[in-house]
Write a protein of this length. Structure first.
Length: 133
């Protein structure tokens, strides 16, 4: 085991960083050394996770496959209803046709979600994180 990896693990053991932070450091370390990162960060994430810590504690895991299921369900929407949905979306500035979304588009979206990370600290001290795992 490399000295850098051991240092990261010791930081987790001593409570200086969280396991999530260690995972990101190990991923960056793998990338820096051109090593395979398959064990550090998921390339095909399974969940979108929302964590709020502070005054309010929330931990939600939403299966990413819900995206695939939702797209499949759009095939069951009657054409008249789909037209109405598209018109309402255009009124809100969203101009796209749900019937033209392909499986490859969803696969690409899910693959790119692996890189998503949102970290916000609110005024009242809560920390909100949205990421994939």
């Amino acid at each position: 085991m490399s000295e850098e990896r051991l240092r990261i693990l010791n930081m987790v053991a001593s409570g200086k960083i969280t396991p999530d932070e260690a995972e990101k450091l190990l991923y960056a370390l793998n990338e820096e050394h051109g090593e395979s990162s398959s064990s550090a960060m998921p390339k095909n994430p399974k969940f979108i996770r929302v964590k709020v810590s502070g005054n309010d504690n929330v931990d939600i895991r939403v299966p990413i496959n819900i995206l695939r299921t939702g797209i499949k369900l759009t095939a069951l929407i009657p054409p008249q209803a789909m037209s109405h949905i598209e018109e309402r979306m255009k009124e809100k500035g969203l101009n796209f046709d749900l019937s033209h979304i392909r499986k490859e588009d969803i696969d690409e979206l899910i693959a790119n979600l692996a890189d998503m990370e949102i970290d916000v600290k609110s005024r009242n001290g809560d920390n909100v994180k949205v990421f994939c795992e």
